[in-house]
Each structure stands twice: as structure tokens, then as C-alpha cells.
Design a protein around this ligand. Structure first.
Ligand SMILES: NC(=O)c1ccc[n+]([C@@H]2O[C@H](COP(=O)([O-])OP(=O)(O)OC[C@H]3O[C@@H](n4cnc5c(N)ncnc54)[C@H](OP(=O)(O)O)[C@@H]3O)[C@@H](O)[C@H]2O)c1
Length: 247
């Protein structure tokens, strides 16, 4: 890892003010992309774009937040575990790795409760919350994982309501791991506080880009971020940027 600590990478010193001011968790959006900004190949595969070092570092950052969040598209495409897993980095707290009660909460944003009960995210390696729409049939998840029902929005679920539900569960910081559709909605609603982007020196030329529709139609709406740090991460480059809000 470059010179920044995990706490600095996940912006811990800014958590309190966001939680107090907005009554929602701080949101860190992390994504791994090629030089041409792709986060998956045209066939949907995305494992692995970045180097082993970058992927190991992601486990440190997950461990540095209270919840890891993905959209249903990522759950279906990748069937991720979303746990903090062991690697060679001596800074990784193995007490978190080996204790499901200390793992960050795994969260799937899944309007129609499509997450199967045998998905990896439903294993007993960490607690899990599947957020579904009011009225969705999530009975197959009863006794398997925790389920939160929130209202629908124009696109998917009402994200402020999702974050309110996480805040009520004591979540102070969310590690948003995509995919681009869900991240686009978070950005469109001003719900991302920090971006951590691993860029691999690789090209794909087609496939999904790092961010889906964020409601920005013209250069006048471009969301400029303040660069916090640039560092090498194994064979990749890691950029950290923060959202600047007018006060
Ligand atoms: N390289 C990387 O860093 C990285 C990281 C993650 C994923 N990926 C790749 O990204 C791809 C999946 O991304 P994706 O964009 O298809 O899926 P996604 O962003 O993971 O999930 C999108 C889905 O989330 C649900 N959702 C619920 N509320 C939403 C809201 N308010 N706004 C937006 N979506 C909401 C919707 O499905 P419902 O209506 O069914 O709820 C929506 O279709 C895969 O290829 C995966 O490998 C890459």
C-alpha cells in the first residue's frame, strides 16, 4: 500500500460529519478498471482486472468499513463472497477474517429478491442483509439472511431509505463495490463521498464502464472530484478522490 493508512484511504476522519449532517453512512465507492475505464469485458466477466496486490488491499479497505454493498447485477454476475479474507498483508486483522461476528455486514441491493438462498453471500462467513422492495417475495431467504424492505424509486430501490436502514443498524461507513448501475444511482443522488479507483495498465475496448447513468447529460453537469492521493498498487495505479460539497 502507498503511504496512506487504511483509515486515510476510507476517509475515516470525515465519517462523523457526514453521519451527523446527513444521518446516513459515509459512502466509499471502489471500482477496478482498465486504462479505458472498463470494469468488465463484453461478456460480463471481470475477474480479474487488477493485480493480486490490489485485490489484497481491497480486503483491508473492506475491513476498514462497516458494510460492503453491491447491486443485484453484481451478485448475479459474480456470485461474490464479499467477506474479508486472509492474505499476506501483515496489517490485515486476522481476528476479523476468522470471526464472522466481526466481519463487515454484506449488503445486496436487490429489489426483486433474486438473490438465491445458496448464493455465496448467504453463507455463514459473515452477516448479510438483502434489501428488497416492499411487497417483494423474499420468503426463500427467511432464516438464511436478514431482509430489509424499503420502497421503490424511479430506478430500483430508494437509496436514501436503504442508507437510513443501514444507519439504524449502526453502519457508519459503506464500502460500495458496484456495479456501475448501482453506483450511477448513488452518484446521481449525491450519495458518494469518496472514490477509490484501481486502474490496471490493460485495455478491453468494450464492456461496461466504471459508472453507469449518473444523470449527467452535459459538461455543465460534470462531477469533479478533489484528488486525495495517487499511488502504485502492485502493477496498478490507485487513485483516491473525494466529493467536494458546497456548504
Ligand atoms: N471491476 C469492478 O470493480 C466491478 C465491481 C462490481 C461489479 N463489476 C461487474 O459489473 C457487472 C454488474 O454490474 P451491473 O451494473 O450490471 O449491476 P449492479 O450495479 O451490481 O446492480 C444493478 C441492479 O441493482 C438493482 N438496484 C436496486 N436499486 C437500485 C438503484 N436505486 N439504482 C440502480 N440499481 C438498483 C437493480 O436490479 P433490481 O431491480 O433487480 O433490484 C439493478 O439492475 C458485472 O459484470 C460485474 O462483474 C465489476
Amino acid at each position: 500500500m502507498g503511504a496512506l493508512s487504511v483509515d486515510e484511504l476510507v476517509g475515516r476522519d470525515e465519517w462523523d460529519s457526514v453521519v451527523r449532517q446527513h444521518r446516513r453512512p459515509f459512502v466509499v465507492y471502489k471500482f477496478a478498471a482498465t486504462l479505458d475505464g472498463r470494469i468488465a469485458a463484453e461478456d460480463g466477466t471481470s475477474q480479474w482486472i487488477t493485480s493480486a496486490e490490489s485485490r489484497a488491499e481491497v480486503h483491508l479497505l473492506r475491513a476498514g468499513c462497516d458494510a460492503t454493498v453491491v447491486g443485484s447485477g453484481t451478485q448475479q454476475a459474480d456470485n461474490p463472497n464479499l467477506t474479508v479474507r486472509g492474505n499476506d498483508d501483515p496489517r490485515l486483522d486476522l481476528a476479523i477474517v476468522h470471526n464472522p461476528d466481526r466481519q463487515p455486514l454484506r449488503v445486496v441491493i436487490d429489489s426483486n429478491a433474486k438473490t438465491p438462498a445458496d448464493a455465496n453471500v448467504c453463507n455463514d462467513a459473515a452477516p448479510t442483509l438483502v434489501v428488497v422492495a416492499e411487497g417483494a417475495d423474499a420468503s426463500h431467504l427467511n432464516g438464511v439472511v436478514d431482509v430489509l424492505k424499503v420502497k421503490r424509486a424511479d430506478r430500483g430501490l430508494d437509496l436514501p431509505a436503504v442508507l437510513t436502514g443501514l444507519h439504524a443498524r449502526g453502519v457508519r461507513a459503506v464500502f460500495l463495490e458496484g456495479g456501475p448501475t448501482l453506483a450511477g444511482s448513488f452518484i446521481a443522488q449525491g450519495l458518494v463521498d469518496r472514490v477509490v479507483n484501481y486502474v490496471a495498465p490493460a485495455l478491453l475496448g468494450s464492456g461496461k464502464s466504471g459508472l453507469g447513468d449518473a444523470g449527467i447529460r452535459s459538461m455543465s453537469g460534470i462531477l469533479r472530484l478533489e484528488l486525495v492521493d495517487v499511488a502504485r498498487s502492485g502493477a496498478d495505479v490507485r487513485l483516491v478522490a473525494r466529493t467536494v460539497r458546497s456548504r
